[in-house]
Design a protein around this ligand. Structure first.
Ligand SMILES: [Zn+2]
Length: 267
């Protein structure tokens, strides 16, 4: 059986990358943790499909990545589980660095591609792609709309604006019209939930009993998707990585839909 890593095409520069894909940001999150048990300070980048609960919208504790103690972190997890009315297992349901919805996309020009790659933990798709491909994968992926925050470059400040008025009138009016353009179709984050089994050499040597962090020998992993690691889903992360892997059937379906700004690299 053939698997493919699904990823962005190669770009000629980070400027081009940013121009096409923009930047996806989440405002509310869990902080990192300083775990006493495993003596490690860290935070991940996972994206939750849960919206930030109303109760934390003015709460600075949930806007910072700055690490807190494992005890304090566990208490914050419990607090959020209460607001969301959710069953929770300490350091499993929520992890250090987890991001809440909503997500805001800032992008220099009106997005046109079917796939956008504005964040290492999720990709974004057009309405067309959502309907043709991803809706029927619900259960394996979560689909969450994004908010377009900023289309166009940030506006110059007033002084710079006046000084450059003559020279850049054309440029400015073009950006302003993009700003007020409401014809950009909806886009959606695709949050991949499934994982493969551990890759060869990637089995954790130990797991912290408090924060559940797994310790692996990263350099010993063979980052290759093999059939015996497959758990049956059409799309998933290669476990211990942020690589999105798809089956041949799903890759074919996306290709046949003539999706733009996406590449498939065979394993
Ligand atoms: Zn720990």
């Amino acid at each position: 059986m053939q698997f493919f890593r699904m990823r962005s095409p190669e770009y000629s520069s980070t400027h081009q990358d940013l121009f096409i894909n923009g930047n996806l940001e989440h405002v509310y999150r869990f902080p990192g943790v300083s775990c006493l048990a495993c003596r490690t300070t860290y935070g991940g980048s996972r994206i939750l499909s849960d919206p930030a609960p109303q109760q934390i919208l003015n709460d600075k504790r949930f806007k910072s990545r700055w690490p807190v103690s494992d005890e304090e972190h566990a208490a914050m997890q419990k607090e959020i589980a209460g607001y969301l009315n959710k069953e929770f297992v300490s350091f499993v349901t929520f992890r250090p660095g987890d991001n809440f919805q909503p997500a805001y996309l800032s992008i220099p020009a009106k997005p046109t591609a079917d796939f956008l790659w504005p964040n290492i933990r999720s990709f974004v798709v057009s309405e067309r792609m959502k309907k043709m491909v991803f809706e029927e994968l619900s259960g394996t992926v979560d689909i969450v709309p994004i908010e377009l925050r900023k289309v166009g470059k940030p506006k110059p400040n007033v002084a710079a604006d006046t000084a450059s008025r003559e020279s850049s009138t054309m440029g400015r009016s073009r950006l302003e019209s993009l700003d007020s353009d409401e014809s950009v179709g909806p886009y959606y984050q695709i949050l991949v939930r499934a994982e493969s089994d551990y890759p060869k050499g990637g089995l954790p040597l130990s797991t912290c009993s408090v924060c559940k962090r797994e310790y692996i020998e990263e350099e010993k992993r063979e980052l290759i998707m093999k059939e015996d690691m497959w758990r049956g889903q059409p799309i998933f992360f290669l476990k211990t990585t942020l690589y999105v892997v798809v089956t041949e059937a799903l890759a074919e379906k996306i290709r046949k839909a003539h999706a733009t700004n996406v590449d498939f690299v065979p394993y």
